[in-house]
Design a protein around this ligand. Structure first.
Ligand SMILES: Cc1cc2nc3c(=O)[nH]c(=O)nc-3n(C[C@H](O)[C@H](O)[C@H](O)COP(=O)(O)O)c2cc1C
Length: 459
């Protein structure tokens, strides 16, 4: 034991915890932490082989990345998209603010191929654990949203509104309301919510709300919408057999689990014709009975058949910690500062957490380009464009992904927070790698106010 550890144990003793108790508690914590790994629910490993291909690729494909292209009727300036990233800039009524318009203008000036906005919620009581979340639940919001699309269009950049419903990841502490539609599943407890099954009436209501939101996005001048069908939110919870345990027409077979998405598409197509409707999905989600890339490939074909314009491939469940936005190191400092579960913890927990965090917190690997193999598999099943997001950080990798046809587009989230002009820098080759260190402090601090880069430090 080195002197640092010894000093730590001495400090524990001074807090009236004996070394024996410390060892006892540690062993219990270790055992509990190992259970998911022992029972196999954390063992799903997506294929990685194409990652090596990508890393070792030497050919240049610069022109392929920076050529113009189209997704449906949307003309993109290049193949690097800004993935949906909540900026925490809604007003207290869920309307977009001038500051949000300024942020989109800055992104548009920075040369991005297209902007996908952070998600706007289709109904008031479907808000996730983010204060100042955007809503798209009223017709009179169109005026405020129109200013957002104008900000991007002024700089010749298409803008796509992501819309969603937080489902079981809705937080009562934020909404102050009883959640109407937490989940298709009655029996799993997440955070402070207890999900319950939706009624038929509620499901139909949600479908109509999605359709109305799509019309509002079109009326606000957005070039398209993206349905949020990823990260454990409502629509992705319907698709996954881990969360969807229903035995009616909305659960069971793949066709039934897909029904809610199908009905949104069918209803929307009657109202908005061929207005672009994209989706963001999970290629896989690390849940024991959850989404796997083979099943998502089948869903991708179903999406193409219902008229989906492009599929963005992500992974993971937001409530699982770092499954959606991966980290090279567990950001304990930020967890203790910002996470609603830990920020008010007693002194002793705050001291122990950094020691046990690596065991208690799931930190999937790899950290970079982690959805590329899933996207490549999905792309083999569809003719519509496939976008890949997740740990993409440098020009070399982007060129390989596009040039080797692993995906049609790449998208990034965190890099645009620190460098809204990263795409221009890549294009000019004045910079070949993002400054983003993937610390995910930005994600942990979402409840604190407008999104910003912490660069791995609480300041
Ligand atoms: C601060 C923050 C907010 C995010 N908000 C959203 C969101 O609104 N919708 C969404 O689909 N994904 C959201 N994400 C996930 C990102 O779109 C992206 O999938 C993830 O961060 C991995 O990409 P990256 O490694 O390029 O950041 C968010 C991520 C961060 C860090």
């Amino acid at each position: 034991m080195d002197t640092k550890d010894r000093r730590f144990l001495d400090r524990l003793a001074s807090k009236n915890i004996s070394r024996r108790d410390f060892i006892r508690y540690s062993s219990a914590t270790l055992a509990v932490a190992s259970v998911p790994k022992l029972t196999g629910c954390a063992t799903y490993q997506p294929r990685q082989d194409c990652q090596d291909q990508l890393i070792n690729g030497l050919d240049r494909y610069h022109e392929n990345v920076f050529e113009e292209s189209k997704i449906g009727s949307i003309r993109l300036n290049n193949r690097v998209i800004r993935s949906a990233t909540t900026l925490g800039l809604g007003d207290p009524n869920g309307n977009p603010t001038k500051e949000l318009g300024d942020a989109y203008a800055e992104l548009a000036m920075g040369g991005v191929g297209a902007i996908i906005t952070g998600f706007s919620i289709v109904q008031k009581n479907g808000v996730p654990g983010i204060p100042n979340a955007l809503l798209i639940d009223q017709d009179d919001q169109v005026r405020a949203y129109r200013k957002m699309s104008e900000a991007a269009h002024l700089h010749n950049t298409p803008i796509i509104m992501q819309i969603g419903h937080a489902g079981r990841q809705t937080r009562r502490a934020i909404t102050g309301e009883k959640p109407v539609a937490p989940s298709p599943v009655p029996d799993k407890v997440y955070d402070e919510e207890t999900p319950r099954a939706l009624t038929d009436l509620e499901i139909n209501d949600i479908i109509q709300n999605f359709i109305k939101a799509i019309e509002r996005a079109r009326d606000s001048g957005y070039d398209g919408v993206q349905l949020h069908v990823a990260h454990g939110y409502l629509l992705s919870a319907f698709l996954s057999s881990d969360t969807n345990r229903r035995e009616d027409q909305w659960g069971g077979s793949l066709e039934n689990r897909f029904r809610i998405v199908r009905e949104i598409y069918e209803g929307a197509r009657k109202r908005v014709g061929d207005y672009p409707i994209l989706v963001k999905v999970n290629g896989y989600d690390f849940q024991s009975n959850g989404m796997r890339v083979e099943e998502m490939a089948q869903i991708a074909t179903m999406l193409e058949n219902v008229g989906c314009d492009a599929i963005e491939v992500s992974s993971g469940i937001a409530n699982d910690g770092f499954a959606t936005s991966r980290v090279p190191e567990i950001p304990t400092e930020a967890i203790l500062e910002f996470h609603f579960k830990y920020k008010d913890s007693p002194y002793i927990v705050k001291k122990l957490l950094p020691v046990f965090a690596p065991l208690l917190v799931d930190r999937p690997e790899p950290i970079y380009n982690y959805n590329v193999c899933a996207a490549e598999t999905i792309k083999q099943h569809v003719g519509i464009p496939v976008i890949v997001v997740g740990g993409i950080r440098n020009l070399h990798d982007i060129e390989q992904i596009i040039g080797r046809n692993m995906a049609d587009y790449v998208s990034m989230g965190r890099p645009f927070i620190i460098e809204p002009d990263i795409v221009s820098k890549f294009k000019e080759e004045s910079q070949k790698s993002s400054e983003c260190i993937s610390c995910a402090f930005c994600l942990l601090a979402l409840a604190e106010g407008p999104t910003r880069c912490f660069y791995g430090e609480i300041s």
